[in-house]
Design a protein around this ligand. Structure first.
Ligand code: CUA
Length: 234
């Protein structure tokens, strides 16, 4: 249902959306029922039809049932929602599927720094690619991310991926995502982190395999301009 507002674009998002649907359906059902009963009673016992108010103490058995039965049914719905939530939590947050690639995500007031290991697939080598507010990934691949913050708590949020994870200074938090299709998606900090919080946005580019490999090659080359620059002799 939430797909109507913002189409899901990640593997784990499918499950999150199903959970949303479950909660919306169960809560929506009780909301509509309760409102229907409320307005039905307002109409039925309008002053014109029922000028004298009844005094109901609610102590008799048949009266108590009006509270006890819906109470138990609502509790049962809660159990269903909690069970669904735990299942999705364990799939999405706790069991990381095997990684095709790893990305380091650093956050600070007020920018994101994304580091990819470059074509050699190893971090801390000269071909590492670090970008500010710009993340390039391959469509379909499972990415593990290592998330941290330099100053205050930030939150890595990709609405189209249904992904949200706090970044905490001093901690390295791991998680995963896998994009379903190529495109550009919004990244937005989702934790109040100071005056520039609203500006702490970034772009996530999901590319096809060949396109992404080309991007890695093009951006992994060490900058040559400095080497090529010659000072003129005096
Ligand atoms: Cu970083 Cu809000």
């Amino acid at each position: 249902m939430i797909d109507l507002l913002l189409k899901n674009a990640s593997r784990s998002g499918v499950e999150i959306d199903k959970l949303f649907d479950l909660i919306t359906f169960l809560v929506g059902f009780w909301f509509l029922l309760a409102e229907a009963v409320l307005f039905g009673l307002v109409f039925r016992f309008h002053r014109s039809r029922s000028p004298r108010a009844l005094y109901v103490s609610g102590e008799e058995k048949h009266q108590k049932r009006w509270i006890a039965v819906p109470h138990v049914l609502v509790l049962l719905c809660d159990v269903v929602i909690i069970a669904g939530t735990m299942l999705v939590w364990s799939h999405v947050k706790q069991q990381l599927p095997p990684a095709d690639a790893v990305v380091r995500i650093g956050s600070q007031q007020w920018a994101w720094v994304f580091t990819l290991p470059g074509p050699d697939g190893v971090f801390d080598t000269p071909d590492d690619i670090a970008r500010v507010n710009e993340l390039h990934v391959r469509s379909g691949a499972v990415y593990h991310f290592e998330l941290t913050a330099q100053d205050v708590i930030h939150c890595f949020s990709v609405p189209a991926f249904r992904l949200k994870q706090d970044a905490v200074p001093g901690r390295l938090i791991k998680g995963w995502f896998a994009a379903l299709e190529p495109g550009r998606y919004d990244i937005q900090c989702a934790e109040m982190c100071g005056i520039g919080h609203g500006l702490m946005a970034a772009s996530l580019y999901v590319e096809e395999k060949e396109q992404h490999a080309r991007w890695l090659q093009e951006n992994a080359a060490p900058p040559r301009e400095l080497v090529a620059f010659r000072f003129p002799n005096p």
